[in-house]
Ligand binder design. Structure first.
Ligand code: UD1
Length: 346
């Protein structure tokens, strides 16, 4: 029997990265054929083995920096690409302040080269964009809905997400039939249940959960909690930590929404979170609960640029997209810890 997806090739840019690799596995599990493009600037080719272990399938991989427009054009000539999920981007907030040009060039140049190919295509290619809740800044109302105003970006990284969304809106308006979904992530954490793929931050991790697990693994003597004098229940920042496998599944649902012509608007935006806020101390407690060990930490100064609290209103994602998170904070933290133990041979 012919499967409707037989001819389709879904291009996943940054497909060897943290969220990208989990999304590739989710796509393969749903029977999609996947073409991964990654320049290995913040990932390793070994992730391909992990994807194969987790899914039983080894997808096609091309090592390519998407800033190379001629190479991108050639790739579109050689493969019948019927959907694009665009993750490839630099993502370190602090580094983006030091290297704004590199961030704008890479994050926006890559997207523009992809859109140039969409423009040339005989029929418009569905496009899913990896955006961030960072576009909301310090929201005045919680939980954060998609109607919450986009605030001036606090870093070049955040600005590339905002400008990326604006470029997509303009392109959707210009290309008849072009459909785009921007997914605004809250805080993705965790690893695939197979523990074949997970998060592999290069150097000292900036994000909370990798820092917790690397501290517990002995790489750092202690975790510093960045401030406990915020106006929250226990004084520490509140975030919406979402299991990366839940997040990955949302990408497949979003892609299929466009492929099956279910979009109600040409450009749609969804918040992807659990709807539940957790404080830094609650995440530490979750780690201690699932690992059965104490974490060494101290209370330090506030980190510049941190918002007080951010968590998603999931109504639109639940009702319009038809997607819900299934995994708890403890499950996510436990998987992150299992992954860390595997990576460190503990
Ligand atoms: C950060 C970025 C955000 C980006 C997201 C991607 C900043 C200011 N924000 O979000 O733009 O989209 O990562 O993953 O960098 N914390 C500690 N000690 C640590 C590390 C973190 O207390 O060693 C706290 C932070 O103060 C924060 C929470 O843990 O309250 C989560 O931090 P993090 O994982 O870096 O995520 P965000 O700051 O939400």
């Amino acid at each position: 029997m012919t499967n409707a997806k037989d001819n389709s090739m879904i291009l996943v840019t940054g497909g060897l990265g943290f969220i990208g690799s989990h999304t590739v596995v989710a796509l393969l599990e749903k029977g999609h054929q996947v073409l991964i493009v990654d320049d290995l600037s913040n990932s390793s080719v070994g992730v391909l083995d992990g994807i194969e272990t987790a899914s039983g399938i080894r997808p096609t991989f091309i090592k390519l920096n998407l800033q190379n427009g001629a190479a991108v054009a050639e790739m579109f000539q050689q493969h019948r690409i019927t959907g694009i999920i665009h993750f490839a981007a630099y993502k370190a907030v602090g580094e983006s302040v030091q290297k704004p040009v590199a961030y704008y060039q890479n994050n926006l140049g890559s997207m523009l080269n992809l859109l140039a190919e969409v423009e040339k295509a005989a029929s418009p290619i569905p496009f899913i964009f990896s955006s961030s809740c960072t576009v909301y800044g310090e929201a005045t109302k919680l939980p954060i809905t998609e109607n919450s105003p986009v605030q001036p970006a606090m870093s070049p990284y955040g600005n590339t997400k905002q400008i990326g969304e604006e470029i997509l809106v303009d392109t959707v308006n210009a290309i008849e039939g072009f459909r785009v979904i921007s997914l605004r992530y809250f805080n993705p954490i965790g690893a695939h249940p197979s523990i074949a793929i997970g998060e592999l931050p290069l150097g000292k991790p900036q994000n909370l959960v990798p820092f917790i697990t690397q501290t517990a693994a002995g790489l750092y003597p202690k975790l510093t909690v960045f401030g406990n004098d915020y106006p929250t229940s226990d004084g520490t920042n509140v975030r919406d930590y979402i299991h990366v496998v839940d997040l990955a599944e949302a990408h497949v649902v979003a892609l299929e929404r466009i492929l099956e012509s279910k979009s109600t608007e040409a450009y749609e935006v969804f918040n992807l979170g659990t709807g539940k806020g957790s404080s830094v101390l609650e995440v530490i407690q979750s780690f201690e609960r699932v690992s059965g060990q104490k974490l060494t930490y101290e209370i330090g100064e506030r980190r510049k640029g941190d918002v007080i609290a951010a968590y998603a209103d999931t109504t639109k994602a639940n009702t319009v997209l038809g997607w819900k998170t299934k995994r708890s904070l403890d499950e996510a933290v436990a998987s992150a810890w299992k992954w860390e133990q595997k990576v460190r041979n503990l």
